[in-house]
Ligand binder design. Structure first.
Ligand code: HEM
Ligand SMILES: [Fe+2]
Ligand SMILES: [Fe+2]
Length: 383
């Protein structure tokens, strides 16, 4: 349990009162189509402000942008009420640098609830050091940080309310749906990047840490759900490499580059991305291989000379034959051999490497896999 002194009241009040207000709105205010559409649009405006602005531009500098774009992104991001760019990006850089450790502010190892919202409800100690000198120098970032409460208030509530009010006379709906409810959805969508994206999905490129790739998380978070990719290649302006993978943030940044608002879009070399993919695929294959029976490794087998093999056949009645320096026991395989019993019977006690490899029949991989479980001994090399 945490004591009352440990509660971060600013965050707690914001994060508990907004869902309560939204619920009040849903129960008491009629939702008209124009306002519904406006709320959805404003949801994407805020969401993309966070993903394309706060996250991919300021936290990771994954592309360059004109001042106009930066200013618009600052306004859009402010409407999500997730703190100033400076505060958000600092925490986020710490998250990347110390992923899954005690220094990670939203450490997923501390549970889903903690990484989703718990970390904001409790007062945090000093954050670990990361370089934010670029942010401290930037006047847009400094301006927003200085006037943050005012900017956030205007962008989160005043703008959506007045647009709906002056636009189609729905002041109340504008406030409750495009303002408050939209804010709650944006909040929890963003929080899902820290919680859900570290819980469900695939380790496409690396399994060292918790971030995972999942379409569902991407759907909720304007494309941030390909989080395994993102933690592996944080400097890439995309979160998923295939153009059709759901990542509206990437599409927006790319489209803006066509008119020069954004430029220098950074992508990690695809050769390196492929290496990451193959690394995990190999790991998966190794795992499956461990569940299969590949027989006794050749180097662990006993050594027998040709005479000893013959003596062994005479003594035990085992049907032994030799292929490529390895003695195989085909006693129980005689009846099942797809090439017939005759060939095998005639091969007992002999080195049939040539027959097996083509003189009689060039065996397929199936035979070569199957025979590994029939290994009996190694043939001693003739002096
Ligand atoms: C441990 C030893 C052997 C194993 C495990 C084995 C296994 C098999 C298997 C699984 C096939 C089916 C097709 C394929 O996988 O290529 C096959 C086909 C055949 N095997 Fe073997 N084999 C062994 C030794 C031999 C030897 C020593 C001979 C001949 C002297 C022989 C002659 C043939 C022939 C002629 C076929 C072709 C059957 C057809 O498709 O008509 N095999 N064997
Ligand atoms: Fe993450
Ligand atoms: Fe990130």
């Amino acid at each position: 349990m945490i004591s009352i002194n440990e509660i971060d009241f600013k965050h707690t009040i914001l994060l508990l009162s907004t869902p309560a207000l939204a619920l009040y709105g849903f129960l008491n205010v009629p939702l008209i189509p124009q306002t519904a559409l406006w709320s959805v649009l404003y949801y994407f405006w805020s969401g993309l402000g966070i993903t394309a602005g706060y996250h991919r531009y300021w936290s990771h500098r994954s592309y360059d942008a004109t001042r106009l774009w930066q200013f618009v992104m600052m306004l859009a991001g402010s409407s999500a009420v997730e703190g100033s760019i400076k505060w958000w990006s600092r925490g986020h850089r710490v998250h990347h640098r110390f992923t899954d450790t005690d220094k990670d502010p939203y450490n997923a190892k501390k549970g889903f609830f903690w990484s989703h919202i718990g970390w904001m409800l409790k007062k945090q100690g000093r954050l670990a050091t990361v370089d934010v000198s670029d942010l401290s120098k930037d006047w847009i970032v400094r301006f927003q940080h200085k006037y943050y409460p005012l900017v956030a208030l205007i962008m989160a509530f005043v703008v959506p309310t007045t647009v709906a009010g002056f636009g189609w006379g729905d002041w109340k709906g504008g406030f409750f749906f495009a303002g408050v409810a939209r804010l709650v959805f944006v909040h929890h969508a963003t929080f899902c990047v820290n919680s859900l994206a570290h819980y469900i999905g695939d380790y496409t490129y690396d399994d060292k840490h918790t971030p995972k790739d999942h379409f569902l998380t991407a759907l909720i978070t304007c494309g941030e759900g390909y989080h395994n990719f993102h933690h592996e290649f944080p400097g890439d302006y995309r979160n998923a490499i295939k153009f059709y993978q759901y990542d509206p943030t990437k599409w927006l940044i790319w489209t803006a580059s066509l008119v020069g608002l954004t430029y220098n879009l950074k992508v990690f070399p695809s050769n390196e991305i492929q290496k990451g993919r193959i690394y995990m695929q190999e790991k998966e294959i190794e795992q499956v291989k461990r569940t299969l029976d590949y027989g006794v490794p050749v180097e662990d087998l006993d050594c027998l000379s040709m005479d000893e093999v013959k003596a062994e056949i005479a003594r035990t009645g085992k049907q032994l034959l030799i292929i490529s320096g390895v003695v195989y026991d085909v006693t129980t395989f005689m009846e099942d051999h797809p090439g017939g019993k005759g060939f095998l019977k005639a091969s007992v006690g002999r080195d049939v490497t040539a027959s097996f490899n083509g003189e009689v029949y060039d065996h397929a991989n199936a035979a070569r896999n199957l025979m590994s479980s029939m290994r009996y001994a190694r043939l001693k090399k003739e002096e």
